[in-house]
Design a protein around this ligand. Structure first.
Ligand SMILES: NC(=O)c1ccc[n+]([C@@H]2O[C@H](COP(=O)([O-])OP(=O)(O)OC[C@H]3O[C@@H](n4cnc5c(N)ncnc54)[C@H](O)[C@@H]3O)[C@@H](O)[C@H]2O)c1
Length: 332
């Protein structure tokens, strides 16, 4: 068995470049080919990294050197790429959101399990050193039993703005889903149950279309969630806030934690953090390659992240119905 995984990229846009840089930084993985429906983009990236370029997914999947693929397309196209890759015998890492519906998440999990292939979702925040430290400290009981976890993520995300390198599909409900829930939400809803190692059972969410930027989509949500262990998480998110915030407070029976950017304060004292969030993507890619090479289930497996997508679906439905929703109701 080789100790280096050869991979292909499907969708050679913005995040694909981060994946490729992370591939270059690791010695257990190498890039063999890139595929994009936009031939100019596929050719440009392939030329830069001296690999093969394809404009047709089937051709990439027939490439015998490609053992695994990174799905980096707009959201609507994730499922088809994951299922076809599994059927072609390739391991898969798919960018967040895993998919726009739970039925699609289940199709992905089934296809990869039937093919005996690894399915990992790009929950890069699970690989930030500071988040790994927080999870470990909670598990070690540093702040006792967690009562409340309160988290905010506010930014002004305008994919149509003159300085934006993001593309217009982010505003297209059919291709991207509700942006605040399906672009940023997958990171945010995922980290809550991951930190606490406890699934969310109930969600009560409210959403507003505060501005016209997202053309009929809600742009701001707040969700109150109950976990199986009794903890409560509150997540507030906006993509139309001109001042940004990305922080959290965790209140436990024996202490509390505050995180703002890289700054972690536990029981009133700053705790040094080794490593930065910039290490998240290389850590994630190294872990993906190791799981494929060793036949090991990744932490951010399809099954684990399927729960995150069920919580997001519950938040969406709760806001529509204006009532608390049980996550167990969210079947595909
Ligand atoms: N982890 C993160 O922090 C992070 C950050 C940004 C984006 N993302 C995710 O990465 C994915 C891609 O986002 P992006 O910003 O790179 O988008 P992008 O628009 O920059 O790139 C997408 C690429 O996919 C290509 N494409 C479209 N349909 C395709 C298809 N059917 N088959 C193959 N290629 C196709 C497009 O031509 C484009 O080059 C999304 O899921 C997004 O949410 C994750």
């Amino acid at each position: 068995m080789s100790d280096v995984l050869s991979v292909g990229i499907i969708g050679a846009g913005g995040i694909a470049r981060s994946h490729i840089r992370a591939i270059e930084e690791n010695d257990n993985i190498q890039l063999a080919a890139v595929m994009d429906v936009d031939g100019t983009r596929a050719e440009a990236v392939a030329a830069e990294y001296e690999v093969r370029a394809y404009t047709n997914m089937e051709a990439l999947l027939e490439d015998p050197e490609v053992e695994a693929v990174h799905v980096c397309t707009p959201h609507k196209f994730h499922t088809e790429a994951v299922v076809k890759a599994a059927e072609a015998g390739k391991h898969v890492i798919v960018e967040k959101p895993m998919a726009l519906t739970l039925a699609e998440c289940d199709q992905m999990v089934d296809a990869c399990e039937q093919a005996g292939k690894i399915l990992m979702v790009g929950q890069v925040m699970r690989y930030y050193p500071v988040n790994r430290l927080i999870k470990r400290m909670i598990a070690d009981g540093e702040i006792g039993e967690v009562g409340h976890l309160m988290r905010r993520r506010y930014s002004y995300f305008n994919p149509t703005g003159p300085d934006s390198h993001y593309r217009h599909w982010y505003l297209d409900l059919e291709v991207g889903g509700i942006c605040v829930l399906y672009c940023f939400g997958p990171h945010e809803y995922d980290i809550l149950h991951w930190y606490l190692n406890s699934p969310v059972t109930e969600v009560y969410a409210r959403g507003t279309e505060s501005t016209e930027l997202y053309r009929g989509q809600k742009d701001t949500y707040t969700a109150v969630m109950t976990h199986a262990n009794g903890s409560v998480s509150v997540l507030s998110q906006s993509v139309v806030c001109h001042s940004s915030a990305h922080d959290q407070y965790i209140i436990g029976s024996k202490g509390s934690m505050m995180l703002a950017g890289q700054k972690l304060i536990v029981n009133g004292k700053e705790v040094p953090v080794e490593g930065t969030s910039g290490e998240g993507m290389p850590n994630q890619i190294r872990e993906f390659a190791a799981c494929c090479l060793e036949g090991r289930e990744p932490d951010a497996s399809g099954r684990s992240v399927r729960h995150t997508m069920a919580v997001i679906e519950a938040a969406k439905q709760s806001a529509e119905r204006n009532e608390p929703v049980q996550v167990s109701e969210m079947t595909s």
